[in-house]
Design a protein around this ligand. Structure first.
Ligand code: GLA
Length: 388
């Protein structure tokens, strides 16, 4: 949808013009999966598609929320913003971010009308919810004339996800949406939040996203279970290493020395993934900086295997897409991206191999699952911003 059409949709829904327009993108993670809530490194990039938020003052005492994908307008009193709506209302994501400002003493002087439209495929593991949170956190800061920064918007979004959506996620998605930079990935230390933008200019190679169309159920509890299993592993490791702050602090050699302290076999596998993934992420970023894309690709494949066997977050759909991709000449690497349990894979593919990749992977996937996969060539875009 064009901005002009969005403005018309706003005027039609609310009977007056929008005052401001904001945008925040979805993300794809290249490597470093399920490391963020373990204090490890991640390496995501923001996409060129994301979520738009149009906002206009309504002179009243309520916030009104409308998404162009939903029929209804949801109205919430200014005094009720800090109470999550019952059920799984999408409004909780933007409202949870606005609530943060209210809780921190920043009152809205009057009601606002808000229109949302996004072009991140929902349930695809490309962070449509983080895009919605971050755009709301950014918009509220701008509207209220405050000086919070892009790291704050990421933290506000993450907190809304915890408190208003019940998912104990790490900070990767919101951080990538907030701090994205065109043609760069973000090498983020999720413990300290120090980060570096690393150029992803790949000569003759594209980042291709493949959508399983098998929705990932991030709120289904399987994600929160992984977070809890890592916590169990950490606590058991602390019996022999009391000062250990995060799983991600351990090198693989250090882990091997003390892994026997983890008595729960599931927690042990989860921890082994995290420690290995942190090492792979460091190696991958080093390889990319040195122009060694082959090594980067191999590390992506190894990441998928670990997420399949030790972290157990892949399943038939993601495994089929990745494993079929590995067979194709010109595919440097392919792995699941995001939380898992459905969603998307990310692959590095030589340009001349893209048609064969799409055809052969698509065909094999259809045969195994009965589902048509979708393929997008990713454009790496900028982070949260005001458009008008
Ligand atoms: C989801 C979460 C992130 C991160 C990834 C896995 O996208 O929102 O915080 O944990 O899964 O890397």
């Amino acid at each position: 949808m064009e901005i002009k059409e969005l403005k018309e949709a706003f005027a039609q829904a609310y009977g007056h013009e929008a005052d401001r327009i904001y945008f925040s993108p979805g993300r794809v993670n290249l490597i470093g999966e399920h490391t963020d809530y373990n204090g490890g490194y991640v390496f995501p990039c923001a996409l060129s598609f994301g979520t738009y938020l149009l906002l206009g003052r309504n002179g009243g005492k309520t916030m009104r929320f409308k998404s162009l994908n939903m029929p209804e307008i949801v109205e919430v009193g200014l005094d009720d913003l800090t109470t999550p709506l019952p059920g799984k209302s999408w409004v909780n994501y933007p409202m949870g971010c606005m609530a943060w400002y209210v809780r921190h003493g920043h009152q809205f002087d009057q009601g606002l009308d808000i229109l949302i439209w996004g072009n991140v495929p929902a349930g695809a593991g490309l962070s449509s919810s983080a895009a919605l949170e971050v755009v709301a956190a950014f918009a509220a800061n701008d509207y209220l004339g405050l000086n919070y920064n892009h790291t704050d918007f990421a933290k506000i979004g993450q907190l809304a996800e915890h408190e208003f959506a019940g998912v104990n996620c790490g900070i990767m998605d919101q951080f990538a949406s907030s701090w994205g930079k065109k043609d760069h990935a973000i090498h983020l230390n999720c413990d300290t939040l120090e980060f570096e933008h690393v150029p992803v200019k790949l000569d003759g190679i594209k980042v291709v996203i493949a959508n399983t169309h098998s929705p990932h159920h991030l709120d289904s509890g399987a994600y929160n279970d992984r977070v809890a299993q890592c916590q169990t592993a950490l606590e058991q490791l602390r019996t022999v290493r009391p000062a250990l702050k995060n799983l991600a602090e351990l090198t693989e050699a250090e882990f091997e020395q003390i892994e026997g302290a983890i008595t729960d076999p599931t927690a042990h596998k989860r921890a082994r993934h995290v420690v290995g993934e942190v090492q792979r992420t460091a190696d991958a970023v080093r390889a990319l900086k040195a122009g060694d894309i082959e090594t980067f690709g191999k590390l992506m494949n190894a990441s998928h295997v670990s997420l399949r066997d030790d972290y157990e977050v892949t399943g038939l759909h993601l495994d089929t897409l990745a494993e079929e991709a590995w067979k194709i000449e010109g595919v440097l690497g392919s792995r699941m991206t995001g939380g898992g349990f459905g969603g998307c894979t990310v692959s590095l593919v030589r340009e001349e191999a893209i048609p064969a990749f799409i055809e052969q992977v698509g065909k094999a996937y259809k045969e195994k699952t009965g589902i048509e996969a979708d393929f997008y060539i990713a454009e790496i875009g900028d982070g949260a911003r005001r458009i008008e």
